[in-house]
Design a protein around this ligand. Structure first.
Ligand code: ADP
Ligand code: GN1
Ligand code: MG
Length: 358
């Protein structure tokens, strides 16, 4: 926990109520302020985001852009995107003694974030929300965005980081996970495919969310429709394949991201189809190369996440929040099992994609 008196922090946002821990994110410390309306307080993880001002710059610019679009479409701008509360001196965050950064935004009422998909319709709605999010940002001036985590989805770079971690092996953990490492190292050629296409220009840079986990979208409690895409810290220039692939990694898995029983893990093709349908319905101007790489992106983003967990395990669990010893290794194994399952299903996934290309 933070070691801060959070009630005192909240006073800098003109709120004076009790507060408690909230949510299941792997990165920031999240709390809920129990007042009317409710607010979320977050401490930005500075081990992950080295320049929180730039993160907040991006988020404020993006949410302003979204608010205009939502208002023009007759929607509710304080419910359909994050709505930040300024501090008493008018800033979008509060900085403690020039070290830690806190921000406050409105809690979205009557909406739910799920840790696992319950049925295809739900995943279809999540897909529409993420697809619409990207569409609404398609005319955002991309060069105004800061790259808040450099090379975030450059899988080549993630691979290089894995190799460096294996080499360094500061805790002597590599020997015990040789089979996991070998599986990862055998797929080096895959790591270049999307980035090469981006460098060639056949896969365009777009404004993307980059962390499209199911629990980063809120669905309406009653209608089940998408309400608000949250966790905007990683909105940066990227590829639509990152958002599509990462959402499938998490949501189309038949088991949890940290399932220990590998036999339970495979890709649910019905969920894959529901997501593909929803995302492509909202998406405009998809290129041929993007279409070709859609199924592969689910594999690559799953692989990338797997090697990130593995790297963090080897380096001593400093990046992702862990809830028990070996948690990152369990996550890495489960993600790489899903990679193997996706590999087997790629031809079927390609057939499904063809049904939904406009
Ligand atoms: P992290 O970066 O650590 O993943 P998130 O911003 O995703 O942090 O927040 C963690 C969780 O808190 C989310 O998955 C969601 O369940 C909940 N949450 C965050 N913001 C809101 C909000 N505005 N309204 C309702 N729930 C929220
Ligand atoms: C982190 O913040 P959260 O829990 O939504 C991570 C993602 C990973 C994900 C794996 C900034 O997402 O990139 O895919 O964990 N976010 C960051 O569950 O690294
Ligand atoms: Mg999150």
């Amino acid at each position: 926990m933070t070691g801060y008196n959070l009630k005192e922090i909240l006073k800098h946002f003109n709120i004076d109520v009790e507060i408690e821990s909230y949510g299941n994110g792997h990165i920031n410390d999240t709390y809920i302020a129990d007042c009317e309306p409710k607010y979320i307080l977050q401490k930005i993880n500075q081990n992950v985001f080295k320049q929180p001002e730039l993160v907040m710059d991006n988020i404020m610019a993006i949410t302003q852009h979204l608010q205009k679009k939502i208002t023009a479409a007759g929607g509710n701008p304080s419910r359909e995107t994050l709505y930040f509360l300024p501090t008493t001196d008018g800033k979008p965050y509060y900085q403690t003694n020039e070290t830690d950064y806190f921000r406050v935004y409105r809690f979205v009422e009557n909406a739910v974030s799920y840790e696992q998909v319950e049925n295809p319709e739900q995943f279809y709605e999540a897909a529409k929300a993420f697809g619409k999010f990207q569409r609404m940002l398609s005319d955002f001036p991309i060069d105004q965005l800061h790259e808040t985590i450099p090379k975030f989805h450059d899988t080549r770079d993630r691979f290089a980081q894995l190799k460096a971690a294996i080499e360094k092996d500061p805790l002597g953990r590599a020997e015990g996970v040789r089979d996991v490492i070998d599986f990862a190292l055998a797929r080096e050629a895959d790591t270049r495919i999307i980035m090469d296409a981006m460098e060639e220009g056949t896969v365009p840079w777009r404004v993307t969310h980059n962390d499209t986990k199911l629990n980063n979208v809120l669905l309406d409690e009653e209608t089940g429709k998408g309400v608000c895409v949250i966790d905007l810290d990683t909105v940066m220039p990227g590829s639509m394949l990152f958002d599509y692939g990462d959402a499938l990694r998490f949501g189309a898995n038949t088991a949890a991201e940290d399932e220990k029983d590998l036999d339970k893990i495979t890709i649910d093709l019905e969920l894959f189809e529901a997501f593909t349908k929803g995302f492509l319905e909202e998406f405009d101007n998809i290129t041929e190369k993007e279409i070709e790489l859609l199924p592969f992106s689910a594999k690559l983003l799953t692989y990338e996440c797997g090697i990130r967990f593995l790297t963090d395990y080897l380096l001593g669990d400093t990046y992702f929040k862990c809830h028990y010893e070996g948690h990152n290794l369990v996550r890495a194994k489960s993600q790489l099992k899903l990679v193997a399952e996706i590999e087997e299903n790629l031809p079927k996934m390609t057939e499904i994609v063809k049904k939904y290309v406009k």
